[in-house]
Design a protein. Structure first.
Lengths: 294, 250
């Protein structure tokens, strides 16, 4: 989707090869590539340069710069922010490890056939609908404030734990739908072939259908995990000191918004490579499909 | 009769929605017999084979394999399918597994054969059908003919008592048909009981002990290949064979 931002001239040669989407600069090879790249670079300098000039010359720019882009404040707050971001990474990693298997279970429940499994299907449908319908911040607040308030012995009161649980419940709903789409994209003849060899329905799912489905949905799965990475900041509402809450603390101490920009920068640095990697995976799969679809 | 036939189909009916595909099929196949099903596309050949393997639920009728009614209530379908091998028109190999794993999956997971033993037997079978050097390849690296031979080996690895072949050469380039048909000839010579849906009339005439002509969901005419191809009794059979001859396929 975001592959050909700077594409000026379409590449010469074979337009049906379908590898344009992987070329950010829109270049081909050899001399014409150099020329295309120069045009792309020049065009970028002109566009972004003009944009920068407009912003810097705006009447209120000095005030904005002072409030949001104060170099000294940034340098002072970054170490603390980075330290707080470790909490975001913990939230993300623990949640992801739980989401991957849990969402698969939900997806399989929803696909079980026959009247006997109606309760399982109903549960899966209601669960996925519910947790995709309620805003994440509400689920986090409800669980993080509500559950400890019940005062039931044995129930943890640590907001970090409730943050993880809320993220797992929220994202498993999305990820289960991704899995389900993947499972349904595997042609029924694959299951028929497995069943014809005597494998049970569950064995056919386990050894034949799910391995193929998971391979196909890796790019959309990664996409969801980019979202999860960002949504770890929502857990701040129940009092977990992660990077956003740390930025709030720094902002309150300095009366300057630069720490928020610093927190945003950290997310960008972590998330953009993952987004690039996802794009690269999608492009690679596309090339493979083109190569085998002859 | 001292021994029950390998397969007995009685009064088999099957509809898809309002379309009645099979309207009362009766068929008996003896041990070591090779029966070919011929007929136009849509005459019900594939559906019949899929019903025998219980891949499609029947609307009415019975299927009896080696004296056991497999359509009876309470029969464990997975156990029935172990004894019946089926090969599909589109190969349906598992694309994420190497050839060897395609062949050993069912013996390992269904029959609980241990991996080294399953692989030894699989390699023997692959060797026998000239595929030993492809054991470590993924299916998409093989030609259509090789893929279909792997699919046959995969079914044979379960040591079935009955093989069902569903137009197994229809998806192949013409020059790859012979290598697959030769495998089937070898199986027939080894005494495998087979029911074969096919458009290859020359092959059917060579290999079949008996040929059944399906028309409108019924077996309209059956008999030894010389009789059915040489002197068909039914007008519809004559018309069908006439069209095949005109297409240069017989």
């Amino acid at each position: 989707m975001s592959g050909d931002l700077a594409q000026g001239v379409p590449p010469l040669g074979d337009p049906l090869r379908g590898d344009r989407s992987s070329r950010l600069l829109g270049g081909g090879s050899g001399r014409s590539a150099l020329r295309t790249n120069l045009i792309a670079l020049g065009s970028a300098v002109v566009v972004f340069g003009a944009l920068g000039l407009v912003i810097v010359n705006a009447p209120n720019w000095p005030a904005v710069q002072q409030a949001f882009f104060d170099g000294q404040v940034l340098a002072d707050s970054l170490p603390e922010l980075a330290q707080a971001f470790v909490v975001n990474i913990q939230l993300f990693l623990i949640a992801e490890l739980l989401i991957l298997p849990l969402a698969l279970v939900v997806a399989v429940l929803r696909l079980l056939p026959g009247p006997a499994f109606f309760p399982a299907r109903l549960f899966a449908v209601v669960y996925a609908d519910l947790f995709r319908a309620v805003p994440g911040i509400l689920v986090i607040a409800l669980l993080g404030f509500g559950m400890p308030a019940l005062g039931i012995p044995g129930i943890p009161s640590d907001p970090f734990i409730w943050g993880v649980i809320a993220l797992v419940l929220l994202y498993s709903a999305y990820v289960s739908e991704v899995y389900r789409a993947g499972i349904q994209s595997v042609h029924p003849s694959q299951e028929a072939a497995a069943r014809s060899l005597g494998l049970s329905r569950l064995q056919a799912l386990r050894y034949v259908v799910i391995p193929q489905a998971v391979r196909r949905v890796i790019p959309p799965l990664l996409n969801d995990f980019i979202g999860l990475q960002k949504d770890t900041a929502l857990v701040s509402v129940i009092g977990v000191v992660e990077v956003f809450r740390q930025a709030q603390i720094d902002e309150a101490a300095t009366f300057n918004f630069t720490p928020y920009v610093g927190a945003a920068l950290i997310f960008v640095v972590i998330t953009v490579p993952l987004a690039r990697f996802t794009d690269w995976l999608v492009a690679r799969d596309r090339r493979r499909q083109l190569a085998t679809a002859t | 009769m001292s021994q029950p036939p390998a397969l007995r189909v009685e009064g088999l009916h099957k509809s898809f929605g309002r379309l009645e595909v099979l309207r009362g099929i009766d068929l008996v196949v003896a041990d070591h017999e090779v029966v070919c099903l011929i007929g136009a596309s849509g005459s019900g050949k594939s559906t019949l084979l899929r019903c025998i393997d219980l891949l499609e639920p029947l609307d009415a009728g019975r299927v009896v394999v080696e004296g056991t009614e497999i359509t009876a209530i309470g029969v464990r379908v997975d156990e029935v399918r172990r004894r019946i091998g089926i090969v599909f028109q589109a190969f349906n190999l598992f694309p994420h597994m190497r050839v060897l794993d395609n062949v050993t999956l069912a013996p390992r997971k269904v029959l609980r054969v241990r991996a080294p033993e399953a692989e030894r037997r699989a390699l023997e079978l692959l060797e026998r059908f000239g595929l030993a050097d492809k054991a470590r390849e993924f299916p998409d690296r093989l030609s259509g003919g090789q893929q279909q031979r792997v699919a046959i080996v995969r079914a044979l690895a379960m040591q079935p008592q009955l093989m069902l072949l569903d137009e197994i050469t229809s998806a192949l380039d013409p020059e790859l048909v012979a290598e697959v048909l030769n495998v089937i000839r070898e199986l027939a010579a080894a005494g495998m009981t087979m029911v074969i849906a096919t458009h290859e009339m020359g092959f059917a005439r060579d290999i079949a002990n008996r040929v059944c002509f399906l028309d409108g969901g019924r077996i309209l005419e059956e008999g030894p290949p010389e009789q059915l191809f040489g002197a068909p009794r039914e007008e519809r059979t004559r018309q069908f064979l006439q069209r095949i001859v005109e297409a240069g396929r017989l």
